[in-house]
Write a protein that binds this ligand. Structure first.
Ligand code: HEM
Length: 538
């Protein structure tokens, strides 16, 4: 059975049963004992005190008291769906990953999210959107945990707690909810100019997508693919929506926030229920795996960089179709646990320092969020490849492991026979040469240019997109209390482009500063604009 067709108590939970959960002839307690009344507590007489001996009351209220689990520390609000991924086989020359071979169909679960707001926040706020997909491949689970913006705020995961502390509501008043319009956010991004590129992206139209179905997705980091001959290629992953890329305008987003805060999750669920299954093509940009890990002068290990599609076209490698709504939000969308370290043979990581920290963070947070180390056993997380591990016991262990010797070699349980190498299908890390180096806490010089790529973004925008960007910075900065934060941000904008800076300065009623760095001489990348996009290919 699939991951969501049978509940832990053996009750069917598939789509057909979703609305008839209590359809049996009688109710029971958690132990299966038949109940005659679940509506009145046991009392000493109809108007007398409730008795402590009412074990059904105690069980019912106890269970309710523990219904909530911690929300995700980021990306708390989201919506998910099941689907399939159909590979074209076009990536087979660069990766041996079985699910990317010709004509393979792989079940998937995708969760879209906002980043900053809490579980109950609104959908159409200005924010980055998460786009995470779990592929249940025959070689184990592969997770592509990306966003709808191709670059990230920071270059090193050690800054992640800092950027999230700045973006979340102020610690004193806990405002604003799910908005970037506040002092700590702008304080951070104006002091950490590496954030400039991501910030201008989500001040643009991608910060207010019209629908999850109409968003691009990006793996952001550079990954390393390896083929059957052991040859490696550096890649960036892209999702391209078949419906095209569309956004709301700010006034629409505001209105919808009030009228229907669930707009995006409703849109996704309604479309799937109506049979209008959303689709995305998965594509890759490929780069030669050179020791410097650069492409045309762009440092591929810097997650605040993108490679313009005009320089490295996105090549389609498969099609994602979301075709089934979850039947239980908590069991599936809330309990799904993505991790950038869930890799399959043929896909490896690079030395991007942001990716390195993520490789620790996801599993670590899930221990708290999902109550111990056994969350891979939850139906939505369960691999659809055979699992034969030596992980034992722990909170919420539901497997009944057989045998006495969960170690190898052993002489008691058949010795734990083991076929080891990549040739046998094992995940073997690419033996990348690590350069001789001295231990340091510092960023490479190639991470220092924070303005060329944001300038390319600005120059690539149509006039209406530029208007939106100026309007967004003006609105968001207008909500700040601190004048110094506004002024510092204007300085950042001056280093991107004088027209941008002048537009925002005028809106804020402040003088426009002069750039403090020479304006970069960069070509626009028309693919960055949502106007006149040439994708989808057909
Ligand atoms: C959650 C994307 C950077 C820590 C998520 C989710 C997405 C995502 C899509 C939501 C997953 C879901 O739907 O359940 C990204 C991208 C990043 C990035 C694209 C940069 C390229 C980081 C970094 C860290 C981090 C640097 C920490 C060092 C987390 C944590 C969660 C999360 C703790 C919550 C996971 C959970 O509770 O299951 N991220 N993230 N992320 N991210 Fe990231």
């Amino acid at each position: 059975s699939g991951p969501d067709t049978v509940s832990p108590t053996g009750q069917p939970t598939g789509a057909d049963q979703a609305r008839v959960a209590q359809s049996g002839a009688y109710l029971t307690n958690a132990q299966g004992t038949r109940l005659y009344d679940t509506d009145h507590s046991l009392k000493a007489g109809p108007r007398g005190p409730v008795l402590l001996q009412d074990h059904h009351l105690r069980e019912k209220v106890m269970h309710f008291d523990h219904e909530r689990i911690p929300e995700r520390v980021v990306h708390a609000r989201g919506a998910g769906a099941h689907g399939v991924f159909q590979s074209y086989g076009t990536a087979a020359s660069v990766t041996k990953a079985g699910f990317l071979a010709a004509d393979v169909e792989t079940p998937v679960f995708t969760r879209f999210s906002t980043v900053v707001g809490s579980r109950g926040s609104s959908d159409t706020v200005r924010d980055t959107r998460g786009f995470a997909t779990k592929f249940y491949t025959s070689e184990g689970v592969f997770d592509l945990v990306g966003n709808n913006i191709p670059v990230f705020f920071i270059q090193d995961a050690i800054k992640f707690p800092d950027v999230v502390h700045a973006a979340k509501p102020h610690p004193d008043r806990e405002i604003p909810q799910a908005q970037s319009a506040h002092d700590t956010f702008w304080d951070f991004v104006s002091l950490h100019t590496e954030a400039t590129h991501h910030t201008i992206f989500f001040m643009g139209d991608r910060g207010i997508p019209r629908s999850y179905r109409m968003m691009e997705g990006f793996g952001v980091h550079t990954f390393r693919l390896v083929n059957a001959a052991g040859e490696t290629t550096l890649v960036k992953f892209h999702w391209k929506p078949k419906l095209g890329v569309h956004s709301l305008v700010w006034d629409e987003a505001q209105l919808i926030n009030g009228v229907d805060p669930d707009f995006h999750r409703r849109d996704l669920a309604d479309a799937i229920e109506a049979g209008a299954y959303p689709q995305w093509e998965l594509g890759i940009q490929t780069f030669p795996d050179n020791p410097e890990q650069t492409f045309e002068g762009i440092d591929l290990l810097d997650p605040t960089n993108l490679v313009p599609e005009e320089m490295a076209p996105v090549q389609p490698v498969g099609l994602l179709t979301l075709n089934r709504n979850p039947s239980n939000f908590f069991a599936e969308t809330e309990q799904v646990a993505f991790h950038v370290g869930h890799l399959v043979p043929g896909i490896d990581i690079t030395d991007d320092p942001l990716l390195a920290g993520r490789l620790f963070s996801y599993l670590d947070t899930q221990i708290t969020r999902l109550g111990g180390p056994n969350f891979p056993q939850l139906p939505v997380n369960r691999p659809q490849a055979p699992v034969n591990d030596m992980l034992r016991d722990g909170m919420h262990q539901t497997a009944v492991h057989r045998g006495v010797a969960p170690y190898r070699p052993n002489s008691l349980d058949g010795g734990c026979p083991f076929t080891a190498g990549a040739a046998e299908g094992a995940y073997v890390e690419v033996p990348v040469r690590v350069p001789e180096a001295t231990k340091v806490r510092e960023a490479p010089e190639s991470f220092a240019d924070h303005f060329s790529q944001p300038r390319r973004f600005w120059l690539s925008m149509s006039s209406v997109e530029r208007e939106h960007i100026i309007g967004a910075y003006t609105f968001e900065l207008g909500k700040c209390y601190e004048q110094a934060v506004r002024e510092r941000t204007l300085q950042v904008l001056a280093n991107i482009d004088p027209e941008l800076c002048a537009g925002v300065a005028e809106g804020l009623g402040l003088p426009a500063p002069q750039p403090t760095v020479p304006l970069a001489d960069v070509e626009p990348s028309p693919a960055l604009s949502q106007v006149g996009r040439t994708w989808p290919t057909d």
